[in-house]
Design a protein around this ligand. Sequence first.
Ligand SMILES: Cc1ncc(COP(=O)(O)O)c(C=O)c1O
Length: 467
Amino acid sequence: MRNPLAPEWLSVPVGTTNDPSLDPEIWPRNLKRGTYARITLAGTPVTELAIKYSTPLYLYDQDFLLQQATDVKRIFEEAAAKIGTTAHIYYAGKAFLSAQFVRWMVELGLSVDVCSAGELAVALAAGVDPSSIGLHGNNKSEYEIRKAISAGIGVIVIDSEPELHLVARIAAELGRHQQVRLRINTGVHAHTHEYLATAREDQKFGVAMSDAETLVDKIAGYESLDFLGMHAHIGSQIYAPEGFQESANRLLDIHARLLKKYDVPELNLGGGFGVKYVESDTPIPLEEMAAGIMNAVAKRCEELGIKPPALAFEPGRAITAQAGVALYTVGTIKDVEVQLDNGTAIRRYVAIDGGMSDNLRPALYGANYSVIANARTGDAGYVLSRVVGKHCESGDIVVHDCYLPADIAEGDILTIASTGAYCVSLSSNYNYLERPATVAVGAKEETVLLTRETEEDLLRRDGGING
Ligand SMILES: Cc1ncc(COP(=O)(O)O)c(C=O)c1O
């Protein structure tokens, strides 16, 4: 009988012994479930990787990751070409960042967005051409701006009027001409398939649309600044193009007015393209998303009698999420009786050796994930389960609702899908847990992107020990 605590959308898995297939829209292409439900990534058993690097462990399917980056770039470029323009892709480094990762993105022809001195330091340490880096942030410090301009960063996205003057002054002091964009609050906020449009979205980023032209005049008045165009980012995990279309329409209206005075080469429509985490998620294919955005841009440009500008986009999750998985080791298992109006039901709590310190998304956004157990065939049946962490918070949940094999036991390895974005980058040392290693696994080699923290790392900052 179906567990009444299970959400409607969650289906009970079929036995895995004879069903090696995993949803290709959720799992990395080279993650396979073979005989006796043993899981491998690019040919290496996950049990081997778990022993070698310890759990929790964040892994990327390297070939798939690079393919995803290539595909995202190609999809936007092809869609842009169809409306007679170009698309430039900035990988949003906040999704996941390490030096090797930056090198891979730049080698594939993407630029990289950073949004702090720390992220910039990683990108610069990668040794890539600084002109392929962009700097974001709603509260950049003088230090960050100076560091970026001295390094020769490609573009700075200006987020407010005071920052405009600060960037102009620092660039002048350093004798540079700094390319800048102006971030606009278009009043459009999108989440999954819904979007909300107001005069100004109630959030901290960007300048009001009504101030855009005056501020561009001010940028143009500075010898040390080169205006590239406007920018907007309307949200994340967006399933459909309507929000982007509305935002593009609003920006193009201003863009057309600016063209009467200035040469404005570009328009940046941000990132936020959604991915599938669980079976109920329904993002449209990226090809359709890109085509939907481009068609709207082409239509509005025609109405305004202007040529479509060169476009830029900043995807993070769409490149990295699906290529990543996380491994955890199962510890304590508890069956908890839950009172319902008409009886009781059992929810199984399966505790793992990490949690909200390495994956904050469920606690932060109520995010959900898909999970499979290694070497459990499903022959014993499935039990409605909740995968929880080991932190001192009841909201420390990694997978809210899933069916796990009924014979799951302490020491088993769980593999969580789509953890390649906003997990490691949001991780903390809560409860003094060491942050996990992140390793890219290819068919021939493994690349350690981030090593696992050690107890020495944790104690190093303690003034009472090293003071
Ligand atoms: C300015 C900006 N650009 C791009 C992104 C990337 O979003 P996503 O990873 O959802 O594509 C973000 C995410 O917060 C952002 O703030």
